[in-house]
Design a binder for this molecule. Sequence first.
Ligand code: FMN
Length: 398
Amino acid sequence: MTVTAPAPEESVPAPIRLELPPLKLGKHTIDVPVILAPMAGITNRAFRRLCREYGGGVYVTEMVTSRALVERNEESMRIISHDPDEELRSVQLYGVDPKTVGAAVRMIVEEDRADHIDLNFGCPVPKVTRKGGGSALPWKTDLFTSIIKAATTEAARGEVPLTIKMRKGINEDHLTYIESGKIARDHGVAAVALHGRTASQYYSGKADWDAIAKLRESLPDVPVLGNGDIFSAEDAVAMVAQTGVDGIVVGRGCMGRPWLFGDLQAAFEGTDVRHRPGMAEVAASVYRHAELLVDYFGDEGKGLRDMRKHMAWYFKGYQAGGELRASLAQVSTLEELSGLLALLDMSVGYPGKDAEGTRGRAGSPKATKLPDGWLDSREMDEKHKAMISAAELDISGG
Ligand SMILES: Cc1cc2nc3c(=O)[nH]c(=O)nc-3n(C[C@H](O)[C@H](O)[C@H](O)COP(=O)(O)O)c2cc1C
């Protein structure tokens, strides 16, 4: 397989055009106010490179836990690594203990390992919320405040802007986002990102863009970034129009579609140009993604195993045949991948709607698992303090 340039472009009508000034993140000015959402298992150096080749913006690493980072765990050090040409090196940290989060931020700042740090308060995974971590944590305002304070204090020493990313709250009866946004602003964060879902919603239903608008209104003095259900440039336009946010955060929409960042940049520049890749372009992108993953992991088997999950996303809506799809999802070497891709009908054009719309995690709402008595008070008690550190072990993703 040879590598080809980004997919061909064609002009389609766009209903509204975005007019947004560049995004200010502390001392940085981001011309295209688009952020690749941190996604565990997805937004590694390889995928970020593919996305960056299509458009501008901020491209965040997968989440790394503060504890693993301060212990210099090998995988964590790999997660926070960047390509030399990543102009704005952005890292996402997760943590439940102010001291450890502070130490992780200090390490990043002192060793000049990033230009932007995001803190993750949105993880809905039961094994984490059950111990009071992830999206359960902002409910405890004392702990939340201490973490933000520790992080912003350390980040300020190196003038590294620090942002937070959160959900609306635990559930509709226990919303935290406005209060958390204000606490974060009062302690000097550079921006606040809101995924318009509660923890209990997981990835189900629709993201609540009205909540994003409400946060924007409640925090006139800090950039607010909107996240949830942007699957196209038109969705991005609609979110900005509906919420007034200063920038957008895109997660699942770019899985198997790194060219979405080209469409987003075009929308922000007021043009109607959109990428509409045919099969040949998709196949080239798949191969390139695999090559980059092999390079990232330094191991062909590992790179290809990691590539498998992307196949269904890349070929969503394209006629690829069930058996071929199944083989692609079990591929083990670059040579095998090349052979399988050669079996595709490269004359197939862009399938339109079938390749668009929702993709990735969805699931159904479920009551958020919480420690006993967690909701009884907004402050930590001794019992909860003793259990919270376990919420940082063995976690990945949001
Ligand atoms: C596979 C996957 C991994 C994720 N990992 C993280 C993560 O590490 N940190 C985080 O803050 N959010 C994580 N998220 C949540 C996304 O960043 C984003 O908030 C969410 O997908 C909603 O945005 P979207 O509708 O654009 O996908 C993850 C989501 C997915 C689907």
